[in-house]
Ligand binder design. Sequence first.
Ligand SMILES: C[S@@+](CC[C@H](N)C(=O)[O-])C[C@H]1O[C@@H](n2cnc3c(N)ncnc32)[C@H](O)[C@@H]1O
Length: 293
Amino acid sequence: MGASRSELKSLRSTKYTSSARTEGGIERLRALGYRSGLRALDLADRALGRDRKMVPPRRYRRFIGNGDFTKVGTSITQYMRAELGLLPSHDVLDAGCGVGRIAVPLTSYLTEGSYLGFDIVPHAIDWCHSAITSRHPNFRFSHVDIKQEIYNPEGTLTSADFRFPADGQAFDMVALVGLISHLLPDEVDNYVAESARVLRPGGKCFATAYLVDDMVAERVREGRTAFTFTHSRGTHFIHSEQEPTYAIAYRLDHIQEVAARHGLRLEREPQLGTWSSSTARPASMDLLVLERA
Ligand SMILES: C[S@@+](CC[C@H](N)C(=O)[O-])C[C@H]1O[C@@H](n2cnc3c(N)ncnc32)[C@H](O)[C@@H]1O
């Protein structure tokens, strides 16, 4: 199958890899080889009938993180159902939905409700449209052309004043999975405000993040965490000065202060991932649940 125009455009412009890591010629070549390898594997999957309708090709899956697409998506949505009380009649907004890792397992559950996902990578949204919306019309996806150094360097909008493509109080749950760690403080402020705006009273905002308290700050300073955040900025810690949005950890008290300012409160103590207690990788992020007053 030929690549669509939007795929070609975004494959050309999207790095998905920190330029801090690909500065050297060898690293750039390695990244190029990796991408070509994934394309070859996708072709092989098709030729051998190993491709599955509701699983995106490998070259699209690579930018959403490690782990098995189906298993990770299923475990996240199990958590939303069992722990956060997500019901089949609920309306879910998924900001930074990627290639539908959360949407796919929800298609068999949100039978009366609805799902809206938006993302800044056009071919991810194209794939979600053709694979998911075509079979489940209550699942909708929207591409938003926000500029982001890693994922969409040629975008024209900004996260700090972006308005979610949704009416106020239209959703029971907002998911921000793998997103906060790519947002700068003024962008987090706006995304939390927008989450609060679109949530119904009592609705929940579910996020993954690298959360830092005093004890974790100590470990970060000593380099005893799975991901390194070498530059402290008071409210947050960044991995790379050259490319701050590659990975950002936030002080929990800062996130709580931002949330409170926008009418959200910590619904429960965050569930800690493994990234801050050990240097072992792969490592998981912390889970944060905020509730709309
Ligand atoms: C680590 S991936 C996680 C994707 C998805 N939430 C999942 O769990 O599979 C981060 C996603 O956030 C998207 N993203 C980054 N900055 C964004 C922004 N400002 N607004 C919306 N999406 C953004 C990226 O394009 C990418 O798809």
